[in-house]
Design a protein around this ligand. Structure first.
Ligand code: SAH
Length: 377
């Protein structure tokens, strides 16, 4: 066991993000992996992902299903189709279904409420929602129906960059960090996260993202590389922006792994997926590296194949042509090959004893919460 520092300074984090030396990086991977083993263990939790709709009212400049992309055929799954996927998740022994979609106001709150209630009455599955910035009424209704978790990446903590890539809608004043706080108060486990290597994103900006993960005490943290989509504004203008940004951070597999590892070190208890985007940028090693460098979750896609190519947030998503049974087999082998095991049960956040009852309500101060653990100083 290495002797581990119990604090990381801003300079150290930025140095790690710049690090190129393989031996040094090996220490980072080992450090993250040791924390992963000792805090969340060897179980890899599997979340069956159902991409229920590619309709979207937003114009996020990075995302292939944004409202401005008129070359895309739009779909919304029927309730029965969703329930069939839920049955499949159960059959494969997954503990959670993740219901994801564009910000689609054709998804009525009552319709979703009914689906959540059906899933909860028929199965023991945890339900995670990822449906964008919905009104509080909707979020409260879905929580009351039994939804357990909500994923809403804040994409970047750099306000100026965020406003450029994620234009707000006239009718809403939502700030994603604020909305995550609201979700926690309503009683959801909350998941945030970022894309790594957005054109215009700097090293300091990613350092600030890591601070935000820790300050917010997120239950789930998704980190994936930004992948350009040709039918998006950022897909066409991104290269130029990248060239003009001093200190631009790379959207590589390596950089994403560094951010995953640092996330585990700074947020030991979080559930961290090895993302499909990481598996897309390096089809052979991306997802394996994620699991070896801090991650403890995989999200097999169980969406019907004919919808998957239409849920094109970025091109050529890894595993898009594999049936759920093929994916299941592949992931089984991948997990066993790493000497790990499939998680049992819903796989929600484990609370280690240093976190008092009082801490788990509201948002605790990092110093109190992180006593004796790694923290940013
Ligand atoms: N409508 C939901 C779900 C969006 S898709 C929401 O807005 O939260 C889920 C995630 O995919 C996004 O949060 C974003 O981080 C990621 N994503 C979107 N476009 C991407 C791209 N071009 N490259 C990499 N990741 C992307």
């Amino acid at each position: 066991m290495m002797s581990l520092p119990n604090a990381l300074t801003r300079e150290e984090i930025i140095r790690w993000l710049h690090e190129k030396n393989e031996e040094k990086l090996h220490q980072l991977w080992q450090w993250a992996d040791e924390i992963r083993t000792s805090v969340v263990g060897d179980e890899v939790h599997l979340r069956g992902l159902i991409e229920i709709s590619n309709h979207c009212s937003r114009r996020c400049s990075y995302c292939g299903i944004n409202a401005g992309n008129t070359s895309l055929v739009r779909y919304r799954m029927e309730k029965q189709e969703i329930m069939d996927c839920v049955d499949m998740a159960q059959k494969f022994g997954y503990g959670t279904v993740v219901i994801q979609g564009g910000e689609d106001y054709g998804i009525k709150k009552e319709w979703m409420d009914d689906i959540i209630r059906d899933i909860k009455s028929r199965t023991d599955l945890a339900v995670t929602l990822s449906l964008g910035e919905r009104p509080i009424d909707d979020l409260e209704m879905w929580r009351a129906a039994g939804a357990n978790r909500y994923l809403l990446r804040f994409e970047t903590s750099d306000r100026t960059l965020y406003e450029k890539i994620h234009p707000s809608m006239k009718s809403t004043i939502f700030d994603r960090v604020e909305m995550l706080r609201t979700l926690r108060n309503i009683g959801y486990e909350i998941g945030g996260g970022i894309m790594v290597g957005i054109p215009g994103q700097t090293y300091v900006s990613v350092y600030n993202d890591l601070c935000t993960f820790q300050e917010m005490d997120l239950d789930m943290i998704g980190v994936g590389p930004y992948l350009p989509h040709p039918h998006t504004p950022l897909g066409t203008e991104g290269e130029e922006i990248r060239k003009q940004t001093p200190d631009q951070i790379a959207n590589t597999e390596l950089m994403t792994c560094k951010v995953v590892a640092l996330t585990r070190i700074l947020c030991p208890e979080a559930n961290i997926p090895s993302t499909t985007a990481l598996g897309t940028i390096d089809r052979q090693l991306g997802r394996v590296h994620g699991l070896q460098r801090g991650a403890n979750v995989l999200m097999p896609n169980i969406t019907p194949l004919h919808y998957r190519k239409l849920y094109e947030i970025y091109p050529e998503k890894a595993g898009n042509d594999s049936t759920p049974a093929e994916t299941d087999q592949l992931l089984k082998e991948l997990i066993a090959g790493l000497g790990r095991r499939r998680g049992k049960g819903p796989g929600g956040r484990l609370h280690t004893p240093h976190r008092s009852e009082e801490d788990s309500r509201g948002l605790p101060g990092i110093h109190k919460r992180m006593r004796g653990r790694t923290l940013i100083t």
